[in-house]
Ligand binder design. Structure first.
Ligand SMILES: [Zn+2]
Length: 121
């Protein structure tokens, strides 16, 4: 993989803060990138005020989809809640941020996504 997941996520959180406001003070402990995970996830521990982010990678072209997932999860890191469901408006903001932020990180991102999509069954 060509990116540092935690550094990339912190950068994406910073961009999300510029867009949506300063985040709550939770410590980002780990960013796990696993092959074969079925979904990305932000796990919150309200007692310790920590968050852990897990994203998946795909065999064909890892970075574009990993960046997209990190950008999406960056929005979930702004105002973390310790529950697995989420509100629709937050999902919408996360998707918007993922589309824009990933494109800013890699100018070839849209083209890479098309290649990755074509490779999916
Ligand atoms: Zn989400």
């Amino acid at each position: 993989m060509g990116i540092d997941p935690k550094a990339t996520l912190l950068r994406l959180i910073g961009e999300a803060e510029q867009r949506y406001g300063q985040r709550e003070a939770f410590e980002l402990t780990t960013v796990t990138v696993e092959e074969g995970r079925k979904w990305a996830q932000t796990l919150v521990n309200s007692a310790n005020r920590t968050i852990e982010v897990r994203v998946s990678v795909f065999v064909n072209d890892r970075d574009p989809q990993t960046i997209y997932q990190l950008a999406h999860e960056a929005v979930h890191c702004l105002f973390p809640v310790q529950r697995l469901d989420t509100i629709y408006i937050e999902e919408g903001l996360a998707i918007r941020h993922a589309l824009d932020a990933a494109k800013n990180l890699d100018r070839n991102y849209p083209a890479k996504c098309l290649v990755a999509l074509r490779a999916c069954p």
